[in-house]
Design a protein around this ligand. Structure first.
Ligand code: K1U
Ligand code: ZN
Length: 169
């Protein structure tokens, strides 16, 4: 297993659109293990392959308190969305230290392959539903700050670039 570097906003590769996984083979299973290790080490509740500069439709999630219920979503598709939405506070491992409100569907049903290549449909709500929507946005090249106003987004971009310059010194 390996810890993988996480791309930081505004890295241009965060805007790449991920391609479907053709086959859940040993390469994808190794990628999933590395993504889980990286997510747990970063203390995140989710991670999309886009964030580690791999542009294939793979997501890992664990919203459990005990951090012992990993979920693997390969080629995820939302099959149903609730009529209602809610403003939720979100963070992102690619935008460290920034939290803000994003409107998300309250519940979504998602069909995906697991790490064994088996197709499953999950009915999600609360934090899991928010996390699924956030991670699926990453696979489409969208970072949560793009839901914020241009003013806020530009301030965040400037702050991130300044922090990255200081880290590079
Ligand atoms: O995709 C990511 O960058 C992971 C991200 C997932 C996420 C968090 C919160 C709402 C939606 C999606 C994180 O894990 S950020 C860090 C974190 O653990 C966290 C932040 C706020 C609330 C709950 C958890
Ligand atoms: Zn994120």
């Amino acid at each position: 297993m390996a810890l993988l570097p996480i791309l930081c906003y505004p890295h241009p590769n965060l805007h790449k659109i991920a391609k479907p996984v053709a086959s859940v083979d040993t390469r994808i299973q190794a990628l999933v293990q590395d993504m889980l290790e990286t997510m747990y080490e970063a203390k995140g509740i989710g991670l999309a392959a886009t964030q580690i500069d791999v542009h294939e439709r793979v997501i890992v999630i664990d919203v459990s308190e005990e951090r012992d219920q990993p979920l693997v979503l390969i080629n995820p598709e939302i099959t149903w969305k609730s009529a209602t939405t809610h403003l939720n506070e979100e963070g992102c491992l690619s935008v460290p230290g920034i939290y803000d409100g994003v409107e998300r569907f309250d519940e979504v049903h998602v069909k995906a392959l697991n790490e064994k290549g088996e197709s499953r449909t999950m009915e999600t709500k609360e934090l899991l539903a928010v996390c699924v929507q956030h991670e699926m946005d990453h696979l489409m090249g969208k970072v949560f700050v793009e839901y914020l106003s241009p003013l806020k987004r530009n301030r965040i971009k400037t702050k991130m670039l300044k922090a990255q310059r200081e880290d590079a010194r």
